[in-house]
Design a protein. Structure first.
Length: 333
């Protein structure tokens, strides 16, 4: 049993993330492929992905341990929605961080020399690993991301509605019930052993995931105790399938574009996953100044919010923006 203890300050700082980020979803998808349990939501996905992993993906798949905890790509690559941004984070991660993430993991003997090269910060090894993350993403995540993103948006909408209706108390009572139980001031969740966690004023980030094999999981970074821990919860409500993604995404973009303009509509869709101004500029293929201007217009319309974290400016979609993505604005007049 996991018992998370909240103070009033923790409750004030608890929030819902748009997603756990592209890198973590990629790694979760690899863990799913190695899980022998019958998971109905992923049966079709497994059939589609089986046999497509090859030499391009091997630098990453060889780093999935035989047993026990895996590599924390969330810590190495961040919670960003952009693969380009995630890869850049990996290429510039401190060697001490790489070494910390790989030490003590249970790799197969044949893969130990490669794991050692990565942990020592070898530049070419980093590039190979980065390209392997991209290759895995193309196979296991990207073809299925239209549905995955839709379910993340749907969960964010439900959480926003709960917050508006009853505040953080209703959100904690409702999130992933009945697995997770809110008994103020303690949130209880299933866990392999009894653990009591005191947030110490950092709050909690409730983070939806698409590919995680766990009903809920608790994540924290022991190297950065200033950051709040995360409680991951599943976003999928129906089996994952990869049908119609390009067509549906294109239709949604055209319909929303008729209301907001093509680029600004694309900007709103990017913020549904959470992004920095740099992410937004990369995804839209515009300058940082242009991305900032699009964000300013969306913010003034009440469709997104903007906050600062460290040296970055973060944009998140609002309940009104989510409603616009999911309802009448997506239908041609």
């Amino acid at each position: 049993m996991l018992r998370i203890h909240f103070t009033a300050e923790d409750l004030a700082r608890t929030r819902v993330a748009a997603s756990i980020g592209v890198a973590a979803e990629v790694y979760y998808s690899l863990e799913l492929l190695r899980d022998n349990r019958e998971l109905p939501h992923f049966r079709s996905w497994r059939s589609a992905v089986a046999g497509r992993m090859g030499a391009e993906t091997r630098p990453l798949t060889s780093l999935v341990p035989v047993r026990g905890p895996g590599i924390d790509l969330l810590a190495l690559m961040g919670d960003v929605p952009s693969m380009d941004h995630a890869v850049d984070n990996l290429l510039h991660a401190p060697v001490s961080r790489l070494r910390r993430e790989l030490e003590g993991l249970d790799f197969r003997p044949a893969h130990l020399p490669w794991a050692r090269r990565v942990s020592e910060g070898d530049r070419e090894a980093r590039r190979e690993l980065a390209e392997a993350v991209r290759a895995c993403h193309r196979v296991t995540v990207e073809p299925f991301w239209h549905q995955g993103r839709s379910e993340l948006v749907a969960l964010s909408t439900r959480c926003a509605s709960l917050m508006l209706e009853g505040g953080i108390d209703l959100l904690l009572r409702s999130v992933c019930a009945p697995l997770v139980r809110w008994r103020p001031p303690v949130l209880e969740a299933p866990y392999p052993r009894r653990v009591d966690v005191r947030l110490q004023g950092r709050g909690l980030i409730i983070t939806p995931t698409v590919f995680s094999k766990h009903p809920v999981s608790f994540l924290w970074d022991p190297l950065d105790i200033s950051q709040p821990p995360r409680l991951t919860v599943p976003a999928l409500r129906r089996p994952l399938a990869g049908t119609g993604s390009a067509e549906a995404d294109g239709s949604a973009g055209r319909n929303l574009g008729s209301l907001l303009g093509r680029t600004r509509a694309a900007a709103l869709q990017v913020t549904a996953e959470g992004c920095t101004t740099s992410d937004l500029a990369r995804r839209l293929n515009v300058t940082a100044a242009a991305a900032s201007q699009h964000a300013k217009v969306l913010r003034k319309a009440g469709l997104i919010t903007t906050t600062r974290r460290g040296g970055s400016v973060l944009h998140h979609i609002t309940p009104l923006g989510l409603a616009l993505l999911r309802t009448g604005a997506l239908t041609e007049p």
